[in-house]
Design a protein around this ligand. Sequence first.
Ligand code: FAD
Ligand code: FES
Length: 278
Amino acid sequence: MAGINKNAAQIRANVVSNKRVGQYHQLIINIGDLAQTCRPGNFAAISVGGENSRMVLRRAFAISRVSANSPSGGTMELIVAPHGQGSKWLCAQGEGAILDIVVPLGTAFGIPTEPVQVLLVGGGYGSAPLFGLAEVLNAKGCRVDMLLGASTASKIYAPMEGKRAVNSLRIYTEDGSMGQTGRVTEPIAGLIQDLNIAVIYSCGPMAMLSAIDEIARGTDVVHQCAVEESMACGIGICMTCVLPVADADGNISMLRSCIDGPVMDGSFVQWDKVGKAL
Ligand SMILES: Cc1cc2nc3c(=O)[nH]c(=O)nc-3n(C[C@H](O)[C@H](O)[C@H](O)COP(=O)(O)OP(=O)(O)OC[C@H]3O[C@@H](n4cnc5c(N)ncnc54)[C@H](O)[C@@H]3O)c2cc1C
Ligand code: FES
């Protein structure tokens, strides 16, 4: 069983900028030398509400991208949806605000040793970490195709500079307000065949991850997914983030998605048992 990410540290970090992008906020945060230890798939656990807040639990956010040598030093980018109290507080933090952050946490996406064809699938803000991943895969010589989906256009996160690292990008919205109408999972089976896909990397709502896994099952495609299970501590102590996962012998145990994940082999996750007692 895994332990807390060996590079993790608790720091007080400065907000460099906070910009609205569609329904999301793009936060750039100065994390100094820790930027060099962050890998695509890792997340940050951020204390919300300020010193006297009753919101005692940190909130987890996927690290979208890092820059080791920006003019402000080492920085990380987060894409935050203003959802409930904690994320709305974070989205209200402007330039110069100081945040209490533990970073980097969790497992990272595995990078193939040889150049292969890969498909990246992102749902909503789940696309954010996939652009940093695309850059790494592209540098490895992989062909990178990407699918992004959301209910509506303003929930699609697809930055111009991120698109440079992908060979193709298709967008799906359920209301047809951007790209093609429908679910992001619809073209996957065809693309696996047409593009000879070896690995699917996914990040987004659990229902989307489960649907992708069903499509990949029975093929030779490896499915690496970043799960998003509610997390209270983010560092392996509280057991609130457990998921049923099988080992190579088929034995199922409850693994902590904050330290054994968030990136997991989708074929081992017991999707039909998630949220149920074993
Ligand atoms: C690995 C990971 C990556 C994520 N990445 C992103 C991202 O990139 N962008 C983004 O916008 N969101 C992301 N999220 C979701 C984010 O962590 C928050 O859940 C979301 O922002 C809602 O929090 P809130 O405070 O706004 O909402 P609220 O509804 O106020 O918060 C949820 C409430 O549930 C409580 N809670 C949370 N977990 C538990 C628990 N395990 N047990 C008991 N109570 C709990 C909180 O304390 C809080 O009161 C990610 C989550 C995970 C696990
Ligand atoms: S969030 Fe506490 S153990 Fe994972």
